[in-house]
Design a protein around this ligand. Structure first.
Ligand code: HEC
Length: 242
């Protein structure tokens, strides 16, 4: 087999599965992740503990680690409205135990510590914005990003309830989500709120990243200072030789 033929085979092997994947995937919106935005991370942490911890745990995350986000340790309980008996050194555990949750929803809610790495931030951002009312589902909710999901829509009071409309265009169905009953937020506010939540989930997936990027700036500042000093030294040494 000549080289050109081999290259063609290789290109086909790569292209065919990629094309197939691209077809079956849903469109994902870009999540506004910014780990430098401390206010957004704090809002996300509050939302996570008040809205998601009822069912999901975050077993790799301790409450007192939230100092990373600029919370003062003594204020963490008050800021996050945690019950008095929660220990700040303990990991974030779901209020509902996994067995009862499985009975209630048919599936146990997965731990969300590293969800931003197993699903992408864009996936979670899209998922939390694509719930719609579906009376054929036990929870009353369905989702275009995660069809037949077992999770009831925990943010419906904020976003409101959407309905799915399917338009027939020849062979293709075009699916559209249409707002039926608005929630307490308009779309821009809700998108921003979900953005904060996803930002927090990304932080939680790798808390050390925050500290690492802070150290990075100090290293750069140190190297710049060193450059100035070394240059001055070089001029001093060579002054008499020229
Ligand atoms: C009432 C319980 C409940 C609450 C509250 C809840 N979830 Fe869920 N969640 C579930 C269950 C059950 C599943 C599993 C669904 C399935 O696999 O069909 C799930 C699945 C998920 C998934 C998909 C996980 C995967 O990769 O399969 C994500 C992401 C998620 N939840 C995020 C959240 C976030 C963020 C919040 C807070 C805004 C939240 N959930 C609140 C019950 C809940």
């Amino acid at each position: 087999m000549n080289v050109i033929k081999k290259l063609w085979m290789l290109a086909l092997l790569v292209a065919v599965p990629t094309a197939a994947l691209a077809n079956s995937e849903v469109h994902l919106d870009k999540a506004p992740v910014n780990l430098q935005d401390q206010a957004s991370l704090q809002r996300g942490a509050k939302l996570f503990t008040s809205r998601c911890l009822a069912c999901h745990s975050a077993s790799y995350m301790r409450y007192n680690r939230l100092r990373d986000l600029g919370f003062v340790e003594a204020d963490i309980k008050k800021e996050l409205s945690l019950p008095e008996d929660v220990k700040l050194g303990s990991t974030m555990q779901a209020a509902m135990d996994s067995n009862s949750a499985k009975l209630a929803f048919g599936v146990a809610p997965p731990d969300l510590s590293v969800i931003s790495r197993s699903r992408s931030p864009d996936w979670i951002y899209t998922y939390l914005r694509t719930f719609y009312v579906d009376s054929s589902r036990p929870s009353g909710w369905n989702n275009t990003t995660f069809p037949n999901v077992g999770m009831p829509f925990a943010l419906s009071d904020l976003q409101g309830s959407q309905a799915l409309e399917v338009e027939k265009h020849g062979e293709h169905d075009i699916k559209k989500l249409v707002m039926q009953t608005p929630g307490t937020m308009n779309q821009a506010e809700y998108d921003k709120t979900v953005g904060d939540l996803v930002n927090y989930l990304v932080y939680m997936g790798e808390p050390a990243k925050l500290v690492r990027s802070q150290i990075g700036w100090w290293v750069l500042a140190f190297l710049s200072l060193l450059l100035v000093l070394v240059y001055a030294l070089k001029r001093e040494i060579w002054k008499d030789i020229h």
